[in-house]
Design a protein around this ligand. Structure first.
Ligand code: UDP
Length: 372
């Protein structure tokens, strides 16, 4: 009998955590796992899940702090949970609904969080209070984060991506560059991700300013403030590039839905986050065959080996970042060697098949733990 798994998804929009959810639901062997996704909020991501043929229940949960609505949603979820063998709550918000619903329905519960951060002072620190003690089993995206959690048995399940679209998009390079205002003679250095301070786009711009003297170099910032976070950060980035006097060399593309094509337009990929939970976009850039410069820490250390498939620098070290980019600009053979090693790792290690198999084993283990 396949395991009937009810996922509780809090997000209306698609980011890294949602890529993983949809990838797992699409990829699981129906003989082992039958997924249903209960979506707390409506939006494009629930639509994408449905378009991918995954059963979706839309709950329109309202806000967490509305106690009456919260209780009604938990009740609805618990009656859904009774028709399933396991409840897997996605992210912190999913946990506030999914875990009580599982307890009410007397079903085993698991929690999946893409980016639990173990230390205070970081952008999303781990709450050290009572919550961990109430926890069922937990999976996060990086082994280092799992090891740092105060929860025995927490595991890391590395995300995996389908590399094919990133490889194939190479044929669209010229058209994509044209669209982004990158000339044939330009070297395009890009950063891709939600615009949020901890993602370090301001560090990228400061590094760009150190490289501004180099001719025919453009800097591409891809992404926007999504999900209601850091709404003023995009404007502050534009102001920063004006202050640094680099506006002409910087392209802000906004949020894109064609990342394989955008990556095809770039020559060097930069990732500048603080202790990134994982950084799926790094694997995407490696699949696209781009040399990577990234900030060390968190999940990044599990993707990039310094000097082998990328160059690592410290967070907020804009001079170090500029120097690493400069090494790639000055040494095309180094850039090619790192990019080739990166593509091999993306294609062989961070596959959807590996992710789905590890996730399936995690769900099976969680279900065996029995009722809470
Ligand atoms: N992404 C996108 N459009 C954008 C910027 C980012 O589709 O304009 C995608 C990116 O390709 C990646 C995901 O959003 O698949 C970000 O995942 P990651 O793990 O790098 O970061 P997260 O957003 O989960 O913190």
């Amino acid at each position: 009998m396949p395991l009937r798994v009810l996922f509780v998804n809090p997000s209306p929009v698609r980011g890294g955590a949602e890529e993983i959810l949809i990838g797992i639901c699409r990829g699981v062997d129906p003989g082992r796992i039958r997924p249903t996704v209960a979506c707390l909020v409506d939006g494009p991501f629930p639509d994408d899940l449905e378009a991918a043929g995954i059963p979706v229940v839309r709950l329109r949960a309202g806000r967490l702090r509305q106690a009456v609505k919260w209780a009604a949603t938990v009740r609805r979820l618990s009656s859904l949970a009774r028709k399933h063998d396991l409840v897997v709550s996605w992210q912190v918000k999913g946990h506030f609904y999914g875990t009580p619903a599982a307890y009410l329905a007397r079903r085993p519960a698991a929690w999946w969080d893409h980016g639990i951060r173990p230390r205070r002072g970081e952008p999303r620190y781990w709450p050290d209070g009572i919550l961990p003690k109430l926890l069922p089993v937990v999976a996060v995206a990086a082994d280092s984060h799992a090891a740092a959690l105060p929860i025995p048995g927490a595991v890391g399940v590395h995300p995996g991506i389908d590399a094919r679209p990133y490889i194939d998009a190479a044929t669209e390079r010229v058209a994509a560059r044209d669209e982004l205002g990158i000339r044939a003679a330009d070297t395009a250095i890009g950063i891709v991700g939600r615009l949020q301070p901890w993602k370090g786009q301001h560090v990228f711009l400061r590094a760009a300013a150190h490289l501004a003297e180099r001719p025919d170099t453009v800097f591409v910032v891809v992404g926007d403030a999504i999900g209601g976070f850091s709404a003023t950060y995009p404007a502050s980035l534009r102001a920063l590039s004006a202050d640094l006097g680099i506006t002409d060399g910087v392209r802000f593309t906004g949020q894109r839905t064609d990342i394989p094509r955008v990556l095809a337009a770039l020559d060097i990929f930069v990732h500048a986050s603080a202790a990134e939970p994982f950084g799926i976009v790094i694997v995407e850039a490696m699949a696209a065959g781009k040399p990577v410069v990234a900030t060390r820490g968190g999940g990044v250390d599990e993707i990039i080996t310094d000097e082998v498939n990328g160059l690592l620098v410290d967070y907020e070290d804009d001079r170090g970042l500029a120097k690493a980019v400069e090494r790639l600009l000055d040494d095309p053979a180094l850039a090619t060697r790192l990019a080739e090693a990166g593509r091999t790792i993306a294609v062989e290690r961070f596959t959807p098949e590996n992710m789905v198999e590890h996730a399936t084993q995690f769900f099976e283990r969680a279900a065996r733990k029995g009722n809470p």
